[in-house]
Each structure stands twice: as structure tokens, then as C-alpha cells.
Design a protein around this ligand. Structure first.
Ligand SMILES: [Zn+2]
Ligand SMILES: [Zn+2]
Length: 351
């Protein structure tokens, strides 16, 4: 997609979300006026090479309205502190581009295992969780997503869940306000969080439940056995999540197709519509009213010619207009002895 086209679409989204509210009076006499209100925030995981603010630029360029980012190097336990000037620039760009912190979801370091049976790894992971939440505060962000942890097969799932919850409780004591968002897992190896009931067990042990949430990854859910490829599969998964955990805990969705089959337990992401989940599940997602205002974030490989910008476009194209109202108003024009006609059209799309 050309640079110009991306910029044009971003401006359209901004106009729709900033200037128009559903049901707002759209009357403009003598003109046809179409209004499209957006409620779906589709974006992608973007890089921070060259400075953390680069994430905001990349997302804007690809036409995204939500994004994920890492908060530092994925290779090292000890990282240089976040530069205050860079953090200020990040915040300034977010505000310039109209990104709401509720639609930005930093992703935790892959080194962490807050459920580790190895005491040294647990201590380092807990310290890193505190450090990452502090980074979120410095960036003006309100959400932080991470993988719950793994028992490594040497402790029970319940003992692992206890450790994860105690790390979260400790990190909450050390930092203000940021919500820790647990990601559902594919069930690979001895990871915890493949089943919704395991996520609920962690949440139940968190003291401040206003500071805990869940991000549902579609590839992980499918690999763990939630059949999103079936007709109504997304609705069924959300119903089950609501029953077992509670929809009010749902803070984000990771949009990934799956290279592996249903229940394979493999964490292998595929581009949208190119894997075993298939396009219809993503059509359901972008038209699901329970996912209004929830960030929908791509973490797909992005093959050449079908990168994030193209996948965002595809997802927007799957949105159905779910409400349209047209009316003609007739106004007498006394000065000219005739009537003027106004056509008012209101279209509200779910994305
Ligand atoms: Zn993840
Ligand atoms: Zn994910």
C-alpha cells in the first residue's frame, strides 16, 4: 500500500472516532452526508528499533489504531533504564496521533517465567515484572500483557499458579495503577494458561482485581482446543470465557491465524485467513459487538505483499454495516417560494 493511501485512511479513522458519536445529529441542509463511526481498534505488534517512539510512527504508517510493543531488549535480563526524553517523545506522539492508552498493549519479555520452580529464575522474573510495569508508567500506559508462566513439569499447575499470582501481587505493591494482562497460552509443554479455568485461578489469587485482565490470542486458543474455525466459534469462545472468567476481564485480542490444527498445542502464528482458523473467524471478530473498543492486535508473520498494512485493510473490509438510516427532510424555502430537500444518511459500522 502506498504511503499516501495509509495516511488518508488514518485520517478517516481519526475523523470518525474523534468527531462523531453514534446517534449524533447529522443534519446538514441541502447536502448528502455520510457518517461512519468506528468501534474496532485494529493494529499490530510494532518494533522499537531506533527509539521506543518509533512504535507510534510505525503503527500510524500502517493505518493501525491500536498496537503492541516490547519495552526493551528480549535478550537480556539487565537492560538500560528507559530514557525519559524518549518516553516523553512516545507520549507526545501518542497524543498527537490520538492513540488511547487503552488501545496500546506492551508485551512482556519472553525471558520471564513468573511460575518458575527455579528460585533464581522466579526472583529475576518478579524483578523484571516490576521493572516493566514501571516502564509502562513512564510511558503513560495503562495495560501490560505477559505470558503467565510454566511449571517446567517439576511442580503442579496449582503451585505454578500460586507463584504467578504472588509475583503479580508483589509487582502491584511496588508500582501504581498499571493493569497486568494475562495471555492465554497454546498449552505447549508445561505452560499455564491454556485453559480459561487456569487464568481464572490466577485472577482469583490476585488481591487487587482491578489490576488484572486477560488478552485472548486466537492462535493460542485454537491450538489449545477452542474451535474458532467452526461456525459461531468466536461467539462460543467468548460465551465460555464470560462464564468461566468474566468478559469484564477481557482487555485485548491478539489476532493470529494458526499454522497448526485445532488442539495441536503448537504456538505457530500464521497470516490472517492463511491458516487452519480461516477467514470467517476473523470476520466474526471484527463484527462482534462484545469486542467494541477492545484492541485487536496482529502478531502474524506478514509475508511479502501481505504485511500488517494489508492485513489491517483486509480486516476492515470484513466489517459489515450494521445500521443504516436514511431520511429526506423537506424544508419550505419562503424566500424563493419553493422547498429544499435534505438527504441525511447515518451509517454505523462495527469497525
Ligand atoms: Zn504473547
Ligand atoms: Zn499473542
Amino acid at each position: 500500500m502506498s504511503q499516501r493511501k495509509r495516511g488518508t485512511r488514518k485520517r478517516k479513522n481519526e475523523d470518525a472516532s474523534a468527531g462523531v458519536k453514534e446517534g449524533e445529529d447529522t443534519e446538514e441542509r441541502g447536502h448528502t452526508k455520510n457518517i461512519r463511526a468506528t468501534k474496532k481498534y485494529i493494529g499490530a505488534h510494532v518494533g522499537i528499533q531506533g527509539g521506543i517512539w518509533k512504535a507510534v510512527e510505525s503503527c500510524t504508517e500502517m493505518g493501525g489504531s491500536s498496537f503492541a510493543l516490547f519495552l526493551g531488549s528480549q535478550r537480556s535480563w539487565k537492560r538500560p533504564a528507559l530514557d525519559h526524553t524518549a518516553a516523553a517523545k512516545f507520549q507526545e506522539l501518542c497524543s498527537q496521533q490520538g492513540f488511547d492508552p487503552a488501545h496500546i498493549l506492551p508485551h512482556g519479555s519472553y525471558l520471564m517465567n513468573c511460575g518458575s520452580p527455579k528460585e533464581d529464575v522466579f526472583e529475576k522474573s518478579q524483578a523484571m515484572l516490576v521493572d516493566e510495569l514501571s516502564r509502562c508508567n513512564l510511558l503513560g500506559l495503562s495495560l501490560y500483557n505477559f505470558h503467565p508462566g510454566s511449571s517446567l513439569g517439576t511442580i503442579t499447575t496449582e503451585q505454578c499458579v500460586d507463584k504467578i499470582a504472588s509475583a503479580i501481587n508483589y509487582a502491584h505493591q511496588q508500582t501504581p495503577s498499571v493493569v497486568t494482562v494475562l495471555e492465554n497460552m497454546s498449552g505447549q509443554g508445561s505452560t499455564v494458561g491454556g485453559k480459561f479455568c487456569e487464568l481464572k485461578s490466577i485472577i482469583d489469587r490476585v488481591r487487587d482485581q482491578t489490576r488484572v485482565g486477560v488478552c485472548l490470542d486466537t492462535c493460542h486458543a485454537f491450538a489449545a482446543g477452542y474451535d474458532l474455525a467452526a461456525e459461531g466459534g468466536v461467539k462460543a469462545m467468548l460465551d465460555e470465557f464470560d462464564q468461566e472468567v468474566g468478559l469484564h476481564y477481557l482487555k485485548a485480542i491478539h489476532l493470529n491465524d494458526s499454522k497448526g490444527k485445532l488442539g495441536c498445542n503448537l504456538d505457530r502464528h500464521e497470516d490472517i485467513g492463511k491458516g487452519h482458523i480461516g477467514i470467517s473467524a476473523f470476520q466474526e471478530i471484527v463484527n462482534e459487538p462484545r469486542l467494541d473498543n477492545v484492541p485487536l492486535i496482529l502478531e502474524t508473520p506478514g509475508r511479502p505483499g501481505f504485511e500488517y498494512a494489508e492485513q489491517i485493510d483486509l480486516l476492515h473490509s470484513l466489517c459489515e454495516k450494521n445500521f443504516a438510516l436514511s431520511s429526506v427532510q423537506i424544508q419550505p424555502d419562503m424566500a424563493h417560494g419553493c422547498v429544499s430537500l435534505s438527504l441525511i444518511t447515518l451509517e454505523v459500522s462495527s469497525c
